[in-house]
Design a protein around this ligand. Structure first.
Ligand code: ADP
Length: 438
């Protein structure tokens, strides 16, 4: 049993986890950096501990201070949320060594999938289709040129330890290789402290479709269907929806079964995602995200499963208590990410209300969006019977949403929702640049 959780995060995800703790009767302990003293997660938690100054390395990434706070406040578990320490195997290990439960996969699983080169090998062993690419890391321009020749241009150089849409470089022809190789290696090292890079075939305008899974320590693995996250700006997700308009039911079935098979092979524990690219009616494994994702409410909405609650339950050793057959995916769900373009104090904040609308946010009138961290300000999630009805419902919600004091990407989101391209359902990851002619 878990009776007290330290939430090693901030922003809307910390608020989401605190709400879940309250639903479960679990005491919540928030941590915060000095400039976050007035944040909503600090106000909402049962206890809040200041962990350090603004710089993430001195606060939200300071593993020793975080673990000391959890022990000092009598917590029995740590939830890492998303970003920050959520995919840091070393942190997960230290949490366990301190006698606490890490709410997430085992450290060795995080390690196994955290390196994309290794994850590709594991996925291949589990029989998942991969994009053509280098069998392992590439260490020289000559090697890169030879592989690109074999799999044919364009190719994409990726950081093995990459994430968040960063550390990727597209190469269209041999003359670009040596510069791209140097930049990619350098970026991999400076962003992710690991210079390892590898190559994949670059698929033009694919769909990004991912499968949400949850597994318990007894070996039950259940999927909650897919999320289509093809609406992206600079490889970063803007809109996520389910079901995907690109999958037939037999294709969906195949993809979800592939994802379940991979999780079984990994002896995965907790919530996680298998990301695929879908191209010309085929899917290709991309990576595993060994944590809950920002867009998890989309799957919660269509499945009725509270993913955070089940993460906590399975981390405590409880069985999931339901099987795949009991999961019913119903209707259509969509999430729009509202990002702050300019941070600062929030004047008005009136979230949308009414049937089918959910809002996950840490915003409040009189609060602020911090310049120090992630610009995600709110997630608007809708649940409708069909995609067409869902688009109308999201537009209704965004029209009701009132935010003053900061600027956001709200208008951009409405432009996308109103576009014939988005409405048609037949588009790829270049939809943003096509609509805004970037
Ligand atoms: P991250 O871990 O940084 O999120 P991903 O590997 O998940 O990176 O890729 C992010 C996005 O980059 C994908 O959703 C897709 O739009 C694009 N992308 C990645 N790999 C390829 C590829 N081989 N071909 C085409 N687009 C790709």
């Amino acid at each position: 049993m878990i009776s007290s959780i330290l939430i090693a995060n901030r922003g809307e995800i910390a608020v989401r986890i605190i709400r879940c703790c309250r639903d479960l009767g679990i005491r919540s302990v928030a941590i915060y950096s000095e400039p976050d003293a007035d944040s909503l997660h600090v106000k909402m938690a049962d206890i809040a501990v200041c962990i350090g100054p603004a710089a993430s390395t001195d606060s939200y990434l300071h593993t020793q201070n975080i673990i000391a706070a959890a022990c000092g406040k009598g917590c029995d578990a740590i939830h890492p949320g998303v970003g920050f320490l959520s995919e840091n195997a070393e942190f997960a290990k230290e949490v366990q060594q301190a006698g606490l439960i890490f709410i997430g996969p085992e450290p060795k699983t995080i390690d196994q999938v955290g390196n994309k080169v290794q994850a590709r090998k594991t996925a291949q062993d589990a029989g998942l289709p991969l994009t053509p690419g280098s069998p392992g890391p590439i260490t020289s321009v000559e090697e890169a040129l030879a592989i690109a020749e074999k799999i044919e241009y364009p190719i994409i150089i990726k950081a093995a330890a990459g994430g968040g849409g960063r550390g990727m470089r597209i190469v269209e022809e041999p003359s670009e290789m040596s510069e791209a190789f140097a930049i990619a290696s350098h970026e991999a090292l400076s962003f992710f402290s690991n210079g390892t890079i590898y190559i994949e075939k670059y698929l033009r305008n694919p769909r990004h479709v991912e499968v949400q899974l949850i597994a318990d320590s007894q070996g039950t693995v259940v999927h909650l269907g897919e999320r289509d996250c093809s609406v992206q700006k600079n490889h970063q997700k803007l809109i996520e929806e389910s079901p995907s308009t690109v999958l037939s039911s037999s294709h969906r079935d195949k993809m979800c079964k592939d994802a379940v098979r991979l999780f079984k092979k990994l002896h995965y524990l907790g919530a996680g995602t298998v990301e695929f690219l879908v191209y010309e009616n085929k899917h290709y494994f991309m990576e595993v995200n060994a944590r809950v994702q920002v867009e998890h409410p989309v799957s919660e909405t269509i499945s009725g499963v509270d993913i955070i609650k089940d993460q906590i339950r399975v981390a405590a050793g409880e069985p999931l208590g339901y099987s795949q057959k009991q999961i019913r995916l119903s209707g259509y769900a969509m999430e729009c990410r509202i990002n702050a373009k300019t941070p600062g104090p929030i004047g008005t904040f009136n979230p949308p209300l009414g049937p089918g609308v959910r809002v996950d946010t840490h915003m409040y009138a009189g609060g602020s969006i911090s310049p120090y961290y992630d610009p995600l300000a709110a997630k608007i999630i809708i649940h409708a019977e069909t995609r067409a009805a869902g688009i109308k419902m999201m537009l209704r919600a965004l029209r009701e949403l009132e935010i003053s004091g900061i600027t956001t990407n709200m208008d951009e989101q409405m432009t996308i929702l109103n576009s014939t391209l988005f409405k048609s359902g037949t588009f790829g990851t270049d939809i943003y640049s096509r609509i805004f002619q970037e």
